[in-house]
Ligand binder design. Sequence first.
Ligand code: CIS
Length: 209
Amino acid sequence: MALLMDNQFGKLPADNAVNTKLLLESVAYLPPFLDCLGSKVFAPIKSDISGNITKIRGVFDKDPAKYATLQQIVEAEKETHGTEWPKVGATLALMWLKRGLCFIQILLQSLADGEKDENNPNLIRVNITKAYDQALKKYHGWLVQKIFKAALLAAPYKSDFIKALSKGQEVTEEDCMASVRQFLINFTATVDAVYEMYTTLNAELDYSV
Ligand code: CIS
């Protein structure tokens, strides 16, 4: 599973601090990957995720030592922005990016767990719907939920999704899922750590768009 194995997330340190530079390097592969899924329906998602990444990188690049961890960024913005915070800056960008990453985590975990529509085993709509319901739906009003339904119809077949993850090489589903499970170890820990940080710093918001 070339793409996932090439972009493995690092093991977290004992204090679960997420390194900003490493996270930015790993998520940089996500927007171009969405092009491989072969539908223009994914363009707004790509644009949204790219915007989040650009915003976080913009803050990091100003002072890489000061913003070495994601927590340092969020804490510094809390100091700077007063009552506007947390709906501002990289704090807001990371709040949404983590939801997209959580969506991907649940989707990949569901595939790795073998959850499927027994009548249509080459579709991944049940896996995508599970991920959407748990990670994103409550933050979306009816219009964005409609966009999700359109994206669901354009979702790739499982075989094509596996091929995109393997950069066009033919691999068996079994080999693919072994790599997905490996990738999920550090990826899940990282997503969990970012969620935990938002809870601890009281930075989470529940408005919908
Ligand atoms: C495979 C099929 C997938 C179908 C997925 C369908 C998902 C849901 C579709 C909803 C459409 C979303 C369009 C955008 C909605 C935005 O309005 C919303 C709110 O945006 C935020 C901004 O981000 O609004 C804020 C203001 O209120 C700010 O403007 C903020 O921007 S800021 O602060 O930066 O200025 N955004 C969202 O709801 C987020 C939607 C995220 C959707 C993520 C879906 C990801 C799909 C990925 C599928 C492929 C799985 C790939 C698996 C592995 C790839 C591995 C790649 C290797 C690298 C590893 C990296 C993980």
